[in-house]
Design a protein around this ligand. Structure first.
Ligand SMILES: Nc1ncnc2c1ncn2[C@@H]1O[C@H](COP(=O)(O)OP(=O)(O)OP(=O)(O)O)[C@@H](O)[C@H]1O
Ligand SMILES: [Mg+2]
Length: 160
C-alpha cells in the first residue's frame, strides 16, 4: 500500500519552504527519489530540504559532478542522474558507499527514474510538475511503513 500527498507550491519560495518542512522529517538512512521534467523544481526542493536539515548549508546542482555531500551527522548525499547514459552507470557513483559511511547519511536523488530499481524499496518518492507559470504541484509517495506514518501525521502544509 502506498500513501500519497499532493500540495501546490506557489513560487520558488513555496518550493523551498515545503522542502524545509520535509527536511525536518528526514533522518539518517532515509532515501528520497525526486522526479519531474527539466525546470520542475527538483534542485530548488533539495535546497530547501538541505536548509531544513542543516540551516545555512548551501547546496549546489550536481548535474556535472553527479554527487555532492553536505554537512555531517547526518551527511546529505545529493545525486543528480540527469547525465546518466545507462542505468548501470549508477554502480560507478558509489552512492551506497557514501550513504553507509561514518554515521550514515540522508540520500537525495534527482532524476531517480534514470536508475530504475537502484534506490531502496523503502523511502520517499517525490514528483514535481508544472502547475502554471508560477506554481508547481508536488506529489509525495510513501514507500514502507515509516514513511506512511510520517506522511499521515506530518503537517507539511502546501507551500506558502
Ligand atoms: N513552485 C514554483 N513556482 C514557480 N517557479 C518555481 C517553483 N519552484 C521552483 N521554481 C523555479 O523553477 C526553476 C527551475 O527549478 P530547478 O532548477 O529547481 O528545477 P529542476 O527540476 O532541478 O530542473 P533540472 O532538471 O533542469 O535541473 C527555477 O528558476 C526555480 O526558481
Ligand atoms: Mg536540477
Amino acid at each position: 500500500m502506498e500513501l500519497e500527498r499532493r500540495s501546490l507550491l506557489r513560487g520558488a519560495q513555496g518550493t523551498t519552504a515545503f522542502g524545509k518542512r520535509l527536511g525536518r522529517l528526514l533522518t539518517t538512512g532515509d532515501w528520497v527519489g525526486l522526479t519531474g521534467e527539466m525546470g520542475a523544481g527538483k534542485t530548488t526542493l533539495v535546497a530547501g530540504i538541505v536548509e531544513g536539515i542543516h540551516p545555512g548549508q548551501k547546496s549546489r546542482s550536481p548535474t556535472y559532478v553527479r554527487v555532492e555531500v553536505y554537512g555531517r551527522a547526518p551527511a546529505i548525499v545529493h545525486a543528480d542522474l540527469y547525465r546518466l547514459e545507462r542505468a548501470e552507470e549508477w554502480d560507478t557513483l558509489g552512492i551506497e558507499d557514501l550513504a553507509g559511511a561514518e554515521s550514515g547519511a540522508i540520500v537525495l536523488v534527482e532524476w531517480a527514474d534514470r536508475a530504475p530499481g537502484r534506490l531502496p524499496e523503502e523511502g520517499l518518492r517525490v514528483s514535481l510538475r508544472y502547475a502554471g507559470q508560477d506554481a508547481r504541484e508536488v506529489l509525495l509517495e510513501a514507500r514502507g511503513e515509516r514513511w506512511q506514518r510520517l506522511l499521515r501525521e506530518a503537517a507539511l502544509g502546501s507551500g506558502s
